[in-house]
Ligand binder design. Structure first.
Ligand SMILES: NC(=O)c1ccc[n+]([C@@H]2O[C@H](COP(=O)([O-])OP(=O)(O)OC[C@H]3O[C@@H](n4cnc5c(N)ncnc54)[C@H](O)[C@@H]3O)[C@@H](O)[C@H]2O)c1
Length: 307
């Protein structure tokens, strides 16, 4: 039986991944999480082991057994956090610890979560080789993680490191993230309560929204990557905020018009779109979920699991 360690496994993406590894791959899974933004409710039904630990320390090294690969999802994920030192300590120093653990325990493959935030308002479609232009400390920390990974992979050729730059992910088990949860989740809650969905004027901002099932697929494909790499993980087809509301109305059987309000942010990404050529070539990744289908599937789960 294959064994995997999932850091951040009590969080949104980590828990979806933990269940897929257990269910689809019939693997043994250990989750490492400090439960700072994750929630045990995401793991109800999970049959693996759970270590309550902080990636900033090495206290968990002795508890985590050998693994065939590590999926590293643990991070400060709230992009509005401005404490630079804390962001760097968790996201970058924590990543170094995870890599060190892999080295010490003979784990040959590490798949880790990077982010489209490294591109900031950079050129679209965003390509992995363009110069990072992060606009906040979160994006900066992810760009530094990518630097650390490149250097580590070059120094340890026997290991495979796959960095996945997720774009805007939405889907089941993001319920405990609070504000940083996707706009699909927030708008669903408003619309379910019969309120008009509130979005920034005039809803034409474009995002490369990607359903969490495609993110899980990309991670599983990374188990077969032949070499270390950094790849975008997205749908490749941006949708705008008005289209999100249209798809939610369709899935909910409602007809609620958007209520537009002034965008209060001085910095805002008006468009994100991933170039997926490298991901297709190196990870054999093909996104399966369109915005409309992803939202329809998500709303079915929300109706059952959330309200
Ligand atoms: N959701 C998105 O749209 C998105 C986009 C780009 C990148 N990412 C990245 O994907 C990964 C997973 O994000 P998510 O959306 O599931 O967020 P999440 O906040 O739900 O998950 C992060 C998990 O990490 C845990 N964690 C935080 N600090 C920790 C620490 N010091 N030690 C141990 N565990 C710790 C949290 O408790 C949580 O369970 C993150 O690395 C994030 O930066 C997410």
């Amino acid at each position: 039986m294959k064994k995997y360690l999932v850091t951040g496994g009590a969080g949104f993406i980590g828990s979806n991944l933990a269940f897929a590894l257990e269910g689809e791959r019939k693997a043994g899974v250990t989750v490492l999480d400090d439960f700072s933004s994750g929630n045990y409710k995401n793991l109800v039904g999970f049959t693996g082991d759970i270590i309550a630990g902080d990636i900033r320390s090495r206290d968990w090294f002795d508890k985590a057994g050998p693994a065939d690969a590590i999926f590293h999802e643990a991070a400060i994920t709230d992009t509005t956090v401005t404490d630079q030192r804390k962001m760097m300590e968790v996201n970058v120093d924590g990543f170094r610890n995870v890599l060190d653990y892999a080295l010490k325990s003979g784990v040959k493959r590490v798949v880790y979560a990077s982010s489209a935030a490294v591109y900031g308002n950079g050129h679209c479609p965003m390509r992995e080789e363009q110069t990072p232009a992060p606009e906040n400390i979160y994006g900066f920390s992810k760009a530094v993680m990518d630097n650390v990974a490149r250097e580590f992979a070059a120094a340890h050729e026997e290991m495979t490191l796959v960095g996945l730059r997720y774009f805007n992910v939405y889907g089941p088990r993001e319920y405990y993230k609070g504000n940083p949860a996707s706009m699909m989740f927030h708008l669903y809650n408003q619309m379910k309560a019969g309120k008009r969905p509130r979005i920034f004027k005039f809803g034409e901002q474009l995002r490369d929204f990607v359903y969490v099932k495609d993110i899980v697929r990309g991670n599983l494909n990374a188990l077969d990557a032949e070499k270390s790499c950094i790849c975008n993980l997205a749908s490749g087809k941006p949708g705008n905020f008005n289209e999100v509301i249209e798809a939610l109305n369709k899935a909910l059987g409602s007809d609620l018009a958007p209520e537009y309000f002034e965008n209060p942010y001085s910095f805002y990404q008006n468009k994100t779109q991933a170039d997926l050529r490298r991901t297709r070539a190196l990870l054999n990744y093909r996104p399966e979920w369109s915005l409309e289908d992803g939202i329809a599937d998500y709303v079915k789960v929300l109706k059952k699991d959330w309200k």
